[in-house]
Ligand binder design. Structure first.
Ligand SMILES: C[S@@+](CC[C@H](N)C(=O)[O-])C[C@H]1O[C@@H](n2cnc3c(N)ncnc32)[C@H](O)[C@@H]1O
Length: 278
């Protein structure tokens, strides 16, 4: 473990205490990853880095289902221990490294694809600029970076998040929803940066966040998913980004992929369900 500053030690210990239990969004993002990266890199041995891999859910999926060579890096040693255990239980080979991604002693090669699931927002100010430089130096020229983040373009969502106490958000003091300013920083390091909101996840997200955990009701959750599905189909692409709870931030040194178009994939991937989880 090579956490350098006291700040990164604090974040590591925060995530040691709040181990990621992320499984529910995996299918949504995983299908996006598959859809976006395969056309440009098909037929090659694909090397993937997952930044801030937490419990290793996404990294393990990509290694197991897509046969990618996956490396997962996370600041939190306990998350990495959990990720190793999960991969071992599934008998999948993934390289997991406990380190600050910005640690100058971290020696990583270039990757075809770099992904992350709720991690870009962890880097603010000068750290975000360093992260963008790191990503530019570690993705292949024809490679691709793709990150799932909360949608922070809608002022109402920003207000709701700011109004919630940090304890209700499982949030430490140096993170902030991925905002438009950081797109501009990515633009300094990458030729192409894009933002997609391919599916509306609003009702599902609110159900997960606010419906009391003790009284989960499948019928309510199903209604929420159906509502989101209908919104995804009904809303024009120009409106969707304002009501989707998530955004996919993609960037590369070449024009980034095709539009994420739900109709273009075989399975209706916006209808991710708990049953799809690992
Ligand atoms: C919100 S959690 C998301 C975890 C996981 N991707 C998921 O979705 O369940 C953010 C993760 O990023 C990791 N992280 C934050 N700063 C990091 C850094 N500088 N280097 C490596 N990992 C970092 C944290 O330890 C934490 O596990």
């Amino acid at each position: 473990m090579a956490a350098k500053s006291s700040f990164s030690k604090n974040v590591a210990s925060f995530y040691d205490r709040h181990l990621s239990a992320s499984t529910t969004l995996g299918p949504y993002f995983r299908k996006c990853v598959d859809f976006q990266i395969l056309p440009s890199l098909r037929g090659r041995d694909i090397r993937v880095l997952e930044l801030g891999c937490g419990n290793g859910n996404l990294a393990t999926y990509l290694a197991r289902e897509r046969s990618f060579h996956v490396t997962g890096v996370d600041l939190s040693p306990k998350s990495i221990a959990l990720a190793r255990e999960n991969a071992k239980l599934q008998d999948v080979g993934v390289t997991f490294i406990a380190s600050d991604i910005l640690d100058e002693h971290l020696d990583l090669p270039r990757f075809d694809v770099i992904v992350g699931h709720f991690v870009l927002h962890e880097f603010l100010g000068a750290d975000f600029d360093r992260l963008a430089a790191f990503l530019a130096a570690h993705v292949e020229e024809n490679g691709y970076c793709s990150f799932l983040e909360n949608n922070s373009f809608n002022p109402v969502f920003r207000w709701i998040r700011a109004a919630l106490p940090r304890s209700a958000r499982v949030s430490h003091e140096n993170e902030y929803p991925f905002d438009p300013a950081r797109y501009a920083v990515l633009g300094l390091h990458f030729k192409s940066v894009r933002r997609d909101c391919p599916a509306v996840n609003l009702a599902d997200r609110f159900y997960r966040q606010f419906w009391p955990h003790g009284v989960r009701l499948e019928a309510i959750h199903s209604a929420a998913l159906t509502f989101d599905h209908a919104m995804t189909l009904a809303l024009p692409a120009s409106i969707r980004p304002w009501v989707s709870y998530f955004q996919i931030v993609s960037f590369a040194q070449q024009t980034v992929g095709q539009r994420l178009n739900p109709g273009a994939v075989r399975s209706p991937w916006w209808r991710y369900r708990a049953a799809d989880n690992l």
